[in-house]
Design a protein around this ligand. Structure first.
Ligand SMILES: Cc1cc2nc3c(=O)[nH]c(=O)nc-3n(C[C@H](O)[C@H](O)[C@H](O)COP(=O)(O)OP(=O)(O)OC[C@H]3O[C@@H](n4cnc5c(N)ncnc54)[C@H](O)[C@@H]3O)c2cc1C
Length: 395
């Protein structure tokens, strides 16, 4: 049996082969890459510096068939023959350049819109889903509060019934896309204490009493991530998404599916960072030889590749199990921790390989290093996911 050919040690070559990827997946990857190379890559440094990107990107992404991935074609989506690998490839291609700013905002509808379509009143398919998937309107998912995001049962934003309306008061923070959202899918307290008193309410972000401000100091430098204040905001009762006081009941599956995006994003960023570190280490000479010829540096690089490869093998198995109708909740939680801490390790080690060069701005590793931390916090933090996995496996 012939030994495997040498990988190219660039972004593509650092993805280990998968028996599950098909020509249809490859075509989807090419389509996304063409979009990212044409519409995002030329502007990325400028957008990084400005901490935002123009609104025009939304309709462009819609027209290119990028925004609607996984949604009903009747609503403007591209839902046919879509499987989890399409979602995985989407995250890989958007994070290939090592910038989460674009993805974080452009993809907020992936978490905000599905509950509206699944559990909202039918007319919202026309009034909300269609314009969002056309890139004409934007939706954010507003859950986290200044008092904390992990302890969902402790949320304090209230929605009090008054005739045909709810009156909403409270605050949210760290909400991706909040400063330019048109709709806010918001977790509100309609009942008693705990998770059992929470509902989801679709709030028009332009309603009187809604105000927003950017959250400063994030590693992403994204000025569209914002805090929200609700002061006596009047919201029609018809904007309730799902049953009253059972707002989170239908979301578990969505959270599980969403983890695949976080996992894939981190592995893509790790590959980008490793590829840059390898290119630098092959070019740089210290003490009379290439940096990569020093054993300490070679070991760093091999260990990073080894960790990434292990993650992809784990990921393939989880996708396979998912395809058989089995949601491996505990493994997905553990996989997310595995992938995100792998990125943290790789970001640290790649920055170490680049040394001072990492601080000169002429590379993506510095940016990836800044972004790596959030993945271990958002979408289920390391500690909360370990607890979840522990409960699921019956510890
Ligand atoms: C860039 C960015 C984008 C975001 N986008 C959104 C968004 O679009 N919508 C949204 O709703 N939120 C968003 N968030 C918020 C994110 O979901 C929260 O940061 C996350 O849920 C954790 O909540 P917290 O930061 O309030 O931490 P806390 O809940 O206050 O916890 C603080 C730390 O303690 C740990 N901890 C908590 N409880 C326990 C325990 N029982 N045992 C051990 N450790 C524990 C946590 O893991 C965390 O590390 C975003 C955050 C960032 C940074």
């Amino acid at each position: 049996m012939a030994s495997a050919p040498k990988p190219t040690l660039d972004f593509d070559g650092l993805r280990p082969p998968s028996p599950f990827l098909t020509p249809a997946h490859d075509a989807w990857r090419r389509k996304l890459r063409a979009f990212v190379d044409a519409e995002i890559a030329p502007h990325l440094d400028e957008w990084d510096a400005a901490s935002t990107f123009p609104d025009e990107l939304y309709p462009k992404a819609a027209k290119a068939g990028v925004l609607g991935m996984g949604f009903d074609p009747a609503l403007g989506g591209t839902g046919e023959d879509i499987d989890l690998y399409h979602r995985i490839i989407f995250a890989e291609e958007f994070f290939r350049l090592g910038s989460g700013v674009v993805f974080a905002d452009l993809a907020t509808h992936w978490i905000g819109l599905p509950p509206v379509i699944a559990f909202g009143p039918p007319e919202m398919r026309e009034t909300v889903a269609k314009p969002v998937l056309a890139g004409e309107k934007k939706i954010s998912f507003a859950v986290t509060e200044p008092s904390g995001g992990s302890d969902v049962g402790g949320f304090q934003t209230t929605a009090t019934r008054q005739g045909d309306h709810f009156i909403v008061n409270g605050e949210k923070t760290l909400i991706s896309g909040a400063t330019r959202a048109d709709y806010l899918l918001t977790a509100v307290r309609t009942g008693g204490a705990g998770v059992g008193g929470l509902s989801l309410l679709l709030i028009d972000a332009h309603s009187p009493g809604v105000s927003t401000a950017p959250v400063r100091g994030l590693g992403w430098y994204n000025k569209n991530n914002g805090s929200l204040r609700f002061e006596d905001v009047k919201v029609p009762v018809g904007n309730l998404i799902g049953p009253e006081n059972r707002g989170f009941a239908g979301l578990a599956n969505q959270f599980n599916i969403e983890r695949f995006s976080g996992i894939s994003a981190t592995l893509a960023m790790a590959r980008t960072a490793i590829a840059e570190a390898i290119a630098f280490a092959r070019d740089r000479h210290t003490f009379g030889q290439r940096l990569v010829d020093h054993q300490a540096i070679r070991h760093k690089i091999v260990e990073m590749i080894q960790r990434v490869n292990a993650c992809y093998a784990y990921l393939d198995i989880l996708v396979w199990r998912f395809g058989r109708g089995e949601t491996a909740v505990a493994d997905l939680a553990m996989m997310k921790i595995q992938a995100t801490t792998t990125l943290e390790h790789c970001a640290r080690e790649c920055l170490q390989v680049l040394g001072g060069r990492a601080y000169t701005g002429a590379n993506r590793v510095e940016r990836i290093y800044r972004e790596a931390r959030i993945f271990v916090i958002g979408g289920g933090s390391e500690e909360i996911l370990r607890d979840l996995a522990g409960r699921q496996i019956g510890l």
